[in-house]
Design a protein around this ligand. Structure first.
Ligand SMILES: Cc1cc2nc3c(=O)[nH]c(=O)nc-3n(C[C@H](O)[C@H](O)[C@H](O)COP(=O)(O)OP(=O)(O)OC[C@H]3O[C@@H](n4cnc5c(N)ncnc54)[C@H](O)[C@@H]3O)c2cc1C
Length: 584
């Protein structure tokens, strides 16, 4: 009843002299509506957030990748008033283009980065506990081959140290295998080269979804998060940074956002923001490019993920997922800062050669590659080191104006990085009411599971409850692994759609998109197809199927003109072409 009344008030039009009062009432109603709904994070809430920009925040985070999302959540959950701006969509940068592993970084042991392996190794367990549906144990095979970089003894010792540093629980500790057992574990390996193998555990994730679920949790804790909002320039008071001028790229307007502290978490763009603050001195970023290719699972039907040697001394992953196998990564110096790094012919050639060398019977060809992605690592420059030798450690730079910039690091370590940054923020703004860091025991949005068994049970329950609707176990599973406990909301929307439509698959896609528009601030088609659902990478062949239906839904909900929605369809198609541009 109250909600109906609020909607009625919101829609009222009152003559001009009452305009200001009307505006105030509408604004109030909007805010109460947002608060009264269990959770909403949509274009509507975004607009209301923007109308709130006049207030002063404790912290402005620039950058909505995993680093910024983790910082926003840490700070908001400690009681700080937080704003976050992202110039494109959340996870648009490197955080949707990684190997999608939460891993301890076995290879960093080779570089004797003991502290790093220990920290990210222990973080794996915490991130898994906080996001059980998104961070899932993955058995990894490390084949030991003749003339490879590791022998049987050194691999066994390295994996033991790895488990020890990360405090791995007993059932996930490494197991060494002889030649025959290794071949049985992965029949595609070349017997003539094989010596043995090691089985150990890493965790697979969906980097972009981990980012958005951190953002949603931060919003639930009161953070104001805006995608398509670009940091233009800093604002200073008494030579100290006091906020920023922001451009709202949806409404094409600029506004000022005041904050006691500003954190630059823009990944590969960190130095660009430091430059705007006139503080690009001393250490700088060194970008390196990494690409992944995706082939049908049938072309590389691995029984589990494999981490294997390349002739040049590097190591790469081949990981089965959603009916595909993806392979990566490369690591090459990249001296340009571009928004859209792309996979080149040479990158593809390098990865195919490595795979065909390790699994000679598969004979992978570039024509088998269905999709690719390329990302830039924001590493810290060190003189004389090759890309693979550069440390993955993070560092915080503090400028004279007070701008804090966080550079380096890994997806895996984002929570700990955020804790360190927020400790500094609290010290800087002298925020005595702040709580201690909460995130070691704070599940991300939709991940309130106490064990993996609870996830399995939810899959069983939702499958049996919705069988009559035509929803199969694979569909339910894919939603639970993406949206966790929020899956039931998608099913509700699906049920509604079924009342007027008969195509089950179309209804499932549209229900998922509908959920994302209302709860994940999807503003453009590509946000959904690339970052919320990763269809561009793992379901490339089916994107076209429901693109027009998806566009129609978005146009209806967000009131786009025909030209605007046509431009968005064209953009998805352009992104599809970029993913396979190496074929041209
Ligand atoms: C190929 C590859 C594989 C990797 N694999 C793994 C892995 O398996 N596991 C792992 O732990 N790590 C991995 N990493 C590292 C990991 O992906 C990165 O460390 C992490 O994603 C960086 O996140 P970020 O938030 O710092 O940067 P980003 O994700 O790039 O986020 C920065 C954001 O800032 C925004 N921004 C820039 N300028 C502005 C502005 N002016 N205003 C507003 N916003 C702005 C950008 O749009 C961007 O979204 C990999 C990296 C690469 C490249």
């Amino acid at each position: 009843m109250l909600i109906k009344l609020l909607f009625l008030l919101k829609s009222l039009t009152i003559p001009s002299k009452l305009f200001a009062l009307t505006k105030f009432i509408k604004h109030l109603c909007n805010s109460i509506l947002i608060m009264s709904k269990s959770f909403q994070f949509s274009a509507e809430t975004r607009q209301t957030f923007i109308e709130h920009h006049m207030q002063e925040f404790d912290l402005l985070v620039v950058g909505g990748g995993i680093t910024g999302a983790g910082i926003a959540l840490d700070a908001a959950s400690r009681g700080l008033k937080v704003a976050l701006v992202e110039k494109h969509d959340y996870a648009w940068g490197t955080s949707s283009r990684s190997t999608k592993l939460i891993h301890g970084g076995l290879r960093y042991l080779k570089q004797m980065e003991i502290g790093l392996v220990k920290e990210v190794g222990s973080e794996r367990a915490i991130v898994h506990r906080n996001a059980r549906n998104l961070v899932i144990p993955e058995k990894m095979l490390l084949p030991i081959i003749k003339k490879g970089s590791l022998g049987m003894f050194s691999s066994s010792a390295a994996l033991w140290v790895y488990d020890f540093l990360a405090g791995v629980r007993s059932k996930e500790r490494r197991k060494m295998l002889g030649k025959e057992s290794t071949k049985k574990t992965e029949p595609l390996l070349d017997s003539s080269k094989l010596i043995g193998g090691g089985l150990y555990y890493e965790y697979r994730t969906d980097d972009a979804r981990l980012t958005i679920e951190n953002i949603k949790k931060a919003v639930e804790h009161g953070a104001v998060c805006l995608n398509y909002a670009k940091f233009i320039k800093p604002i200073y008071e008494n030579s100290k940074i006091a906020g920023a001028e922001i451009k709202d790229l949806i409404n094409n307007t600029n506004f000022e956002l005041k904050a006691k502290c500003v954190v630059n978490a823009t990944g590969p763009w960190v130095d660009l923001i430091r430059k705007k603050d006139n503080s690009l001195k001393g250490k700088r970023l060194q970008l390196t490019k990494g690409v992944h290719i995706v082939v049908p699972f049938t072309k590389l039907p691995l029984k589990q993920a494999v981490y294997f040697d390349v002739k040049d001394g590097r190591m790469i992953f081949a990981i089965p997922r959603q009916g595909k196998t993806y392979i990566g990564t490369t690591d090459t110096v990249y001296n340009e800062l571009v928004d859209e790094p792309i996979t080149s012919k040479e990158d593809v050639k390098y990865l195919l050669k490595a795979v065909n060398n390790m699994f000679p019977t598969v004979a992978l060809k570039s024509s088998h590659v269905e999709s690719t992605w390329a990302g830039l690592r924001p590493l810290i420059h060190e003189d004389g080191k090759s890309p693979s030798e550069l440390s993955r450690k993070d560092e915080i730079f503090e400028s004279e104006s007070g701008l804090l910039s966080i550079a380096g690091g890994k997806l895996t370590g984002y929570r700990k990085m955020a804790e360190r940054v927020v400790d500094k923020v609290i010290a800087r703004i002298d925020f005595s009411g702040a709580k201690a860091c909460q995130t070691a025991h704070l599940p991300v949005f939709g991940a309130d599971f106490n064990s993996s068994d609870e996830i399995s049970q939810l899959i069983i329950d939702l499958t049996s409850a919705n069988k009559a609707l035509g929803l199969g176990v694979e569909q339910i599973k894919s939603w639970i692994f993406r949206y966790g406990t929020e899956t039931s909301k998608i099913i509700e929307i699906f049920q509604e759609l079924l009342k007027t439509h008969t195509d089950i698959e179309a209804c499932a896609t549209i229900a998922e998109l509908n959920y994302c528009v209302e709860n994940e601030s999807v503003l453009r088609l590509e946000d959904f197809y690339i970052r919320r659902s990763a269809r561009l990478y793992f379901d490339y062949g089916n994107i076209d199927k429901y693109l027009d239906d998806s566009a129609k839904l978005l146009q209806d909900k967000l009131k786009y003109s025909d030209e605007e929605i046509a431009e968005q369809i064209a953009e998805v198609k352009r992104q599809m072409q970029l993913a396979v541009a190496f074929k041209n």
